[in-house]
Design a protein around this ligand. Structure first.
Ligand code: NIG
Ligand code: FE
Length: 418
């Protein structure tokens, strides 16, 4: 039996024995902690924790016990990154420069760049190379503190290439030390050949892609980019209803580029989450309040594209649960660092450090249906935690933006290295 003891922890944060699956409204400001604490992980699971003043006599009886001294350091549950596109073939810094010179994200997409640019490159790349590149990115983000992740397809846009992407994600699942959820995003953009024939592409998704994906069990969820210039709400509705017949729940991209009805469509389809939300007004908030759908913001995307931030301060004050994720992708957010996401949420969206951490731990776990095993320091949950560098306070973490305050990621009781 392998056991790991973290001892002399300056502050053990995110303790929760209530059994709740998410935190909403005022609860988001609560982050239970023990100062000067210890945490024991046995066989990959959190076995117990407490104050160093009441040490457990069992430690000395456990021969397989190794320990890490965490003096001056904070221990938190790992980040759960519920929205990424980390399988991709090419980076797109040329488009970044085009945007610096005045073009918008939508103009670049309209001219055949953007997602279609990534699709051309991905179609030309062998599955093995895609896998190797994605594995490097996965290892990188685990080192930055991510303990579970969602990965989307959506740069294939043909039957074969969407399946190829999803098979790469399946291979990542097989080798990954952290849980991965796969989301089918064939409805990411209309391929050039279907620009004037939207129904043709929707038919292809419904009648050819979805049956094959379901047969091979390649996806956990279905996503649609429901926004202006992409899929409209009728098309989104049709796609989500078809996915439901195969048992795929929805996680959709909505309200990034305008007030398009994406939130309402997500809620009507009982989506697990609706993500982006840069354009969220009172109607959208009211709609979310009557739902189980988790709103997810991607502040790295707002930062990089220079678009508004989702109004999370207002949404939390209205009583909503909210979640933060990275959106790691080559076009709108070429970064998977959750520590930076937390900094942006605090400095730009006015979340407190505690709210931001809840948003990307317990609420991130909810957005991936992993709350029973991840997202908090809870006995019986996975022993996947972050050990920070020495810090004077929790707020120091988002305050030191651009600096990686994660010193060590522990995955299921093992120090992660790659
Ligand atoms: O979440 N908005 C849609 N999809 C991605 C960006 C995709 C891309 O530009 O490659 C996003 O931002
Ligand atoms: Fe995205």
């Amino acid at each position: 039996m392998h056991s790991l003891l973290l001892k002399n922890i300056k502050s053990l944060c995110g303790i929760d024995e209530s059994g709740r699956l998410k935190k909403a409204g005022a609860e988001m400001a609560e982050l239970d902690t023990i100062e000067n604490a210890w945490l024991l992980i046995k066989d990959g699971l959190i076995a117990d924790y407490g104050s160093m003043e009441e040490v457990d006599s069992q430690w000395t009886l456990d021969h397989g016990l190794s320990s890490i001294d965490c003096s001056g350091k904070f221990v938190l549950p790992c980040f759960i990154d519920s929205h990424t596109h980390l399988v991709f073939a090419n980076t797109r810094e040329d488009e970044f420069v085009m945007r610096i010179k005045g073009k918008t994200y939508e103009e670049i997409a309209e001219a055949g760049g953007g997602i279609l640019n990534s699709a051309r490159k991905l179609q030309a790349m062998h599955e093995d190379e895609l896998f190797e590149n994605a594995l490097k990115r996965l290892n990188e983000v685990i080192a930055y503190g991510t303990g579970a992740i969602e990965i989307k397809s959506g740069y294939g846009l043909t039957v074969d290439d969407e399946l190829k992407m999803l098979r790469v994600i399946r291979r990542l699942k097989e080798v990954s030390p952290i849980p991965i959820k796969a989301t089918f995003l064939g409805a990411h953009a209309f391929p050039a050949a279907y620009k004037q024939n939207h129904m043709g592409y929707i038919d292809l998704i419904i009648n050819e892609m979805l049956p094959d994906i379901a047969k091979e069990k390649l996806a956990d969820y279905m996503d649609v980019f429901c926004d202006q210039g992409f899929f409209n709400i009728k098309e989104t509705d049709l796609l989500l209803k078809a996915a439901k017949t195969y048992g795929l729940k929805a996680k959709i991209h909505g309200n990034e580029l305008g007030y398009t009805g994406g939130v309402q469509t997500a809620v009507n389809n009982n989506a697990l989450s609706v993500d982006h939300l840069e354009y969220t007004g009172d109607e959208e908030i009211a709609c979310l309040l009557n739902s189980q759908t988790m709103p997810v913001a991607l502040p790295g995307c707002s930062f990089f594209l220079g678009i508004p931030y989702a109004p999370f301060r207002k949404m939390i004050d209205a009583g909503l649960a909210v979640c933060l994720a990275s959106d790691y992708n080559p076009g709108s957010t070429p970064s998977g660092r959750m520590g930076f996401v937390v900094s942006l949420a605090c400095s730009q969206m006015k979340l407190t450090p505690e709210e931001a951490i809840n948003a990307c731990t317990i609420n991130g776990a909810y957005a991936l249906e992993l709350s029973k095993s991840l997202g908090s320091i809870t006995k019986g949950k996975l022993g996947s935690v972050i050990i920070t560098r020495e810090m004077p306070s929790l707020a120091y973490m988002p305050y030191s933006f651009g600096v990686d305050m994660v010193e060590q990621t522990i995955i299921k009781g093992k120090a992660f290295s790659h």
